[in-house]
Structure formats: C-alpha cells, structure tokens
Write a protein that binds this ligand. Structure first.
Ligand SMILES: Nc1ncnc2c1ncn2[C@@H]1O[C@H](COP(=O)(O)OP(=O)(O)OP(=O)(O)O)[C@@H](O)[C@H]1O
Length: 301
C-alpha cells in the first residue's frame, strides 16, 4: 500500500478539521480527493506529507509512519502545496537546484533539465520565479515536487491558475506520471477528475462521505438511466418497449426515443441486437448517465 490513513483526526484549537477518517491508496493509483471549501482536504494532505502532525490516528507512506519516520516519508513524497510556496527572488534553475540539494539528488543538473523539459518550463528556465505567470509558477511547483523522483505525489489543486491549453498539458503530464507513481490530487474541477482519476474520495466537514470508483458512483445498481436512440425508420413505442431491459419508452421528435433501463450496458447490447434482427438502422445512440458534478453535489449538500 502506498498511502494508509487510519482513524486520522486533526483538531486545530477548537476546530475539528478531520474526523476519524481512514482510506488507502494502492501503488499506481490516481485518486481524486474532493470536497467543498474547508472540508479538510489540505489538512489531510499536509499530514500525509509529514508537514503537519495528526492529533490522533496513524498515516503511513510506503510503509513509513509520517510521525516516527518523517525523513523516510519526505524522500518518497513529492508535494505541491495549495499555496505553492516558492522563492520569488530565485531563478527557476537556481530554485530547483536548491530543492535538489535538499533531497541530495544525484546528477543534479541533468535531473533539473529533465524536470524543466517535462513540465514545459524550457522557455522560462532562466527567468526569476517572481516574473513568471501563475501557470508557470504552478509548473515550477510541480517540477520541485518531482525532482527527487518520489513514488507518491500529493498535489493540492495542481491545475489552479492554468489556462485551458496548459490545463490539458498538465493533466496529461499527471496522467503519465500516474503510470508508475501513486498520485493523490485535490481539485474542484470535476472534468479534471474524470479525465485523470479512476477513484475519488469525497470529504465533507472532516468526514469521508464517498470512496469509490467513478464508474461505480455513476452507475449505482438500480438507478434508472436512459439511452437516446434515433432510427432511420418509424417505429412504435410498443416495439421498443418489448426490447429486454426497457422499463419505459418516451418518444421524441424525428424518429428518436428515450429508452429507460436500470442497466444501460445490457440495454445497449439488446438494442443493437434488436436493430440487427429487425433490420432497423440506428442513426445515433447516446447513453445518459449522471455527471460526477451531480454526484458531488448530491453527496456534499
Ligand atoms: N492552521 C489552522 N488553524 C486553524 N484552523 C485551520 C487551520 N488550517 C485549516 N483550518 C480549518 O480547518 C478546516 C479544514 O481546512 P482545510 O484547509 O483542510 O480545507 P480544504 O478542504 O483544503 O478547503 P479548500 O478547498 O478551501 O482549500 C477549515 O475549517 C479551516 O478553517
């Protein structure tokens, strides 16, 4: 297990920010950590990286306890903090050199140039950090998180401040990093979660309210969804209602219908078979499933 959080609680003075939460991340997973403002995401992430002690409970990274083995944890974790603290007076390469020294990175300059290329900083590499745009500062934050080739990446809102093109580039980079690293990332952008993560952990008021694969959350057994299908021929509602799995038929304009079912995968197959056997031409077919945005609102309201 790459990350093991067990009965973790964090109390700041009177404020309970995290309330007895437990979860695990397996090696190679990219997991989205979601929740409304103030839910306890950053607090949990700071504890996992060893920057903040828990009040109660244990957290292990690659088998090392974050309290009793902090140095071993830091060697294995790359952390992009929400505020992305950088030294604005330093040049990009100078700053990365400083971070690389702290981690005793071998072949430092080769590694720095590799990180600069990987995070798309080549054109900006000789600038002062303070002179960079927000998106490029974010890339420096990512480069410093990656410099010591950690096996676990904790990214607190990694794409905040990026323009749409940069967003796609950084998402692709995180996705490719996830092939051999464990990534836990927080974000408020659901599209991003769908693009990068297979699993999500949702936290609200310090409590975990969901921890599941996106496909499971979207497709709860028994939930009724529908497929919108249009045919080249005119059909009757009765014909379509007879397709196995169809619970309800609603006709739309232009030979289109909404076919409701509690199992859209099965319905899709049966629909194809129906068209084949009866020599009907399907012109378009679209499954409707609940968006992650709806699920998030539902779970955190
Ligand atoms: N240093 C601190 N001292 C006191 N309270 C704190 C401190 N840091 C966080 N909190 C409180 O703990 C709760 C959880 O905060 P946290 O920053 O972990 O939430 P978050 O989910 O990351 O929120 P956001 O999405 O807004 O970044 C909030 O109520 C916050 O005000």
């Amino acid at each position: 297990m790459s990350i093991e959080v067990t009965h973790l609680t964090k109390i700041y003075g009177e404020q309970k920010a995290v309330n007895n939460i437990s979860f695990e991340l397996k090696k190679g997973e990219i997991v989205g950590f979601l929740g409304p403002n103030g839910a306890g995401k950053s607090t949990t992430m700071k504890i996992i990286t060893g920057y903040l002690p828990p009040t109660e409970g244990t957290v292990k990274v690659a088998g090392f306890d974050v309290v009793t083995n902090t140095m071993e944890v830091r060697k294995r974790v790359g952390y992009l903090a929400e505020a992305n603290p950088l030294y604005f007076d330093m040049y990009v390469r100078e700053f990365l050199s400083f971070v690389a020294d702290a981690h005793q990175v071998p072949n430092k300059w080769a590694r720095i140039d590799e990180m600069i290329a990987m995070t798309g900083l080549t054109a900006e590499r000789n600038k002062k950090i303070g002179a960079l745009s927000k998106g490029y500062k974010q890339r420096v934050g990512l480069a410093q998180a990656l410099i010591h080739d950690p096996e676990v990446l904790i990214l607190d809102e990694p794409t905040s401040g990026l323009d749409p093109n940069q967003l796609v580039e950084i998402r692709d980079l995180i996705k490719s990093l996830g092939q051999n690293k464990t990534v836990m990332l927080s974000t408020h952008i659901m599209q991003e979660v769908e693009a990068m993560c297979s699993r999500v952990i949702i936290i609200k008021n310090g409590n975990i309210t969901a921890n599941d694969y996106i496909s499971n959350l979207k497709n709860q057994p028994g939930d009724e969804g529908f497929i919108t299908v249009s045919f080249g021929e005119t059909l009757t509602n009765e014909e379509l209602a007879a397709i196995p799995g169809v619970t309800r038929v609603v006709s739309r304009e232009n030979n289109a219908w909404q076919l409701f079912s509690t199992d859209l995968e099965v319905l899709r197959k049966n629909l194809m078979q129906f068209a084949l056997i009866n020599n009907r031409n399907i012109l378009s077919l679209q499954s409707n499933s609940t968006s992650l945005e709806d699920i998030f609102r539902d779970i955190t309201k």
